[in-house]
Design a protein around this ligand. Structure first.
Ligand code: DQA
Length: 139
């Protein structure tokens, strides 16, 4: 069974309540259940933190044994060299996901420190982006 970890960064614990016109009205906990139903053959794990170091610790913890990381680092995407280095330090490949189309938003969201350290990037497709990333790791 493939092991895949979804990591959500800061403020993504508020999905469903946070700026619903941008991020939708579904909670991630709800959507996670849908993902488990869609991929019964995958051992899916989920981790969310608002703290940069906790995200890095998690990448280190699973980054030599899991088959894939689906990472939405939230605003740390645009600021964190430390998360980028963590992705380079481990052997588990990652896919970067953004719910909103960051390129259609403020200029500071156009640059990602993480994109060069991942297999690929999915932006702007809503929560479906997570599904597509898992599909990539399993097909
Ligand atoms: C986000 C986009 C980021 O710019 C923002 O800071 C987030 C969410 C997205 O999923 O669209 O927190 O990563």
């Amino acid at each position: 069974m493939k092991k895949i970890l979804i990591i959500n960064g800061p403020n993504l614990n508020l999905l469903g309540k946070r700026e619903p016109t941008i991020y939708g009205s579904q909670t991630f906990e709800d959507y996670f259940q849908t993902l488990q139903q869609l991929f019964p053959e995958v051992e899916l794990h989920y981790f969310q933190s608002n703290h940069e170091g906790a995200l890095i610790d998690k990448i280190h913890e699973i980054g030599f044994t899991f088959d894939g990381i689906v990472l939405n680092a939230g605003a740390y995407t645009h600021t964190s060299i430390a998360i980028a280095d963590a992705l380079s330090a481990v052997t588990t490949p990652a896919v970067e996901v953004h719910i909103s189309n960051v390129h259609a938003r403020e200029a500071f969201r156009h640059h990602s420190y993480l994109s060069s350290r991942v297999k690929g990037v999915i932006v702007g497709l809503g929560l479906k982006g997570y599904e597509l990333a898992i599909w990539y790791f399993t097909n």
